[in-house]
Structures are given as structure tokens and as C-alpha cells.
Design a protein around this ligand. Sequence first.
Ligand SMILES: C[S@@+](CC[C@H](N)C(=O)[O-])C[C@H]1O[C@@H](n2cnc3c(N)ncnc32)[C@H](O)[C@@H]1O
Length: 323
Amino acid sequence: MKKNIEIVRPKNSQLSNIEQEVREGLTKPLPEIPCKYFYDDRGSQLFDQITQLQEYYQTRTELSIIQRIASNVVDRFKPEELVELGSGVGLKIRTVLSEMSLRGLLKKCTFFDINETFLVQSLAELVEIYPQLRARGIIADFIHHLDLIERSGKQLILFFAGTIGNLHPKDEVPTFLQRLAKQVLPSDGLLIGIDLVKDVRRLEEAYNDAKGVTAAFNLNILNVINNRLDANFNTEEFEHVAFYDTDNNWIEMRLRALCDTRVDIAGCDLSLVFREGEEIKTEISCKYTRESFEETVLKSGLKVTNWYTDDEKLFALCQLEVF
Ligand SMILES: C[S@@+](CC[C@H](N)C(=O)[O-])C[C@H]1O[C@@H](n2cnc3c(N)ncnc32)[C@H](O)[C@@H]1O
């Protein structure tokens, strides 16, 4: 590991309590697996492939907005440190880093992700480009460990890709934003990428691509459970399902059993039978309007100070500050 890269993890524990979370999830009336478990190395690679799909408008649209606004945002906040939550391959952030570097502001960059391999690799690539950069990686769950973010100067926190949409809009987002608000000083900025409510066909196509990459990504969560919890899910006995729930304004991904099947999950001391047609919920991806997101933000201690979108209003970057 290079000298100027520091890696930190939560002190007390494993990354998360996977046994408990999977046991609780899979014994619900509609069984579920938390979506953060998509992201082992294979899942992270598959997500990267998804971002390049024609149907997946989110990545290219968000990147085009970032490229348009980065210099204004950097002029507005004059950050010395960037923090990216759920950083993945860490590519979009480079547009912002470059604007900071041009102004001689860039000192430190923190990537926060649950996947160690991608985090370490993307930090190593960054310090190749910016050898003077202090790079910090936090390998943790951003729901529980935002307090691991440290500061030595003015910060801009980035949360791209509509990943906030994977949190339940009523049960999780308000608490998450309140915790985030505690990390933000009045001179800091926060940019959150938000996928917008739109035509249902466009949305459903983005999660049902013709090449089946999203299906492979969804099914891979069963491999993650097999590997981490000594389970015996047969991925060939399940199929990918993704549909838009118009009542909740979210895409829901599920895995549907193609036949009656029994699964033993030794790591949870759990055996389950799935009847043909029964489903496991694996992800929600909420779609917002400006109004619905502003309402969600209301009691968080943050306020929306700018809303950047593209011509087709597919995606938005929401700028927030504390008040
Ligand atoms: C939708 S991808 C976005 C990746 C990248 N930021 C982009 O813009 O393409 C979500 C990223 O968040 C990470 N992630 C998901 N849940 C997480 C959690 N609870 N805590 C930390 N990282 C998480 C995943 O490993 C993945 O890299």
C-alpha cells in the first residue's frame, strides 16, 4: 500500500452483522436480502458493466451534469477535501478533483465503500494521478459508520448514482440524512445524485436490460450468501424480476423461484423452502421529484440550495447545506 493511502475500518466488528440481517430478512412474510450484499467483487464488476449499458441512462446522465456544474460547485464551496460515499470505481469524482486541483485546493480525498477491492484499487489509481493527494479509504457501511469520516479542512461530500434511492424513503432516508447533517459544517457542501420519476417503460427497461447484466447482478446476491454464509442457493432455480411500483415510486428487484426448492443456510442455522413463484426482495430504487425529495429532507437539518438536472429531466444532482 502506498504511503499516502490510509485504510480504516470500524473498530469493533465485522463489516456488518450478515448472519442476523439475512436471518431477519429471509424470515419476513416477503423474504428479503439487504441490497448492500450485492457488492462482492463479482457484484461490483457487474454493476460497473450495468453503468455502461445503453438502457442504463443514469450514469451517463449524472456524469454529464457533474461535468457541467463541477467548476461552479468548487467555486461555491472551495473544498480542500472530497468524500465520496459508495464510491465504487470512483470515476465521476475525478471531474470534481480536477477542478479542485486546477485551483490549487486539492489536499485530501476519502472513498467510503463496503467493497474493499474496488475501494483500494480506485484510491491507488487516484494517487497515481495526484501523487501529493492524501487518500483515505473507509471500508464500512455508510448507514452505521459515517462517524469514521475525519476532516482537516472544508469538505464536499458526494453521494452519486442514485444510491440514496436504495434506502427506504420513510424508514431510512430521514435518519441517514440527519446523521449526514452532523458531518457537515456550514461551510461544507453536499451533492446527492437522485434518479427522477419518469416514464415507467424507460425505468423498467433500465432494470431489465437486453443483455441480462442486471439479471446476473441480481442473481449474484445468492452467490454472495452462499459464499459468506455457507448456503446452497442454486441460482438456476431463480429468475430476475424488476418492476416499477407506482404507489411507492420505486423500482423493486426480486428473485422468483422457478420451482419448489429448499435452501440450507448453515451460517444462519436456517433452512427455508421456496415454492415455485415465491419471491425474495433484493432492492428498491426510489425515484424522486424535486418536491418529494425536498419533503424528505425537511427535518434533517439540511436544506436544498440548488437542483441541477439534464434537459430530459432524467436525473438530478441535489446540492445541500446545513442551516
Ligand atoms: C450504485 S453503486 C454506485 C457506484 C459509484 N458511486 C457510481 O457512481 O457509479 C453503489 C456503491 O455503494 C456501495 N455500497 C452499497 N451499499 C453500501 C453501504 N451500505 N455502505 C457502504 N457502501 C455501500 C457499493 O459497494 C457500490 O460501490
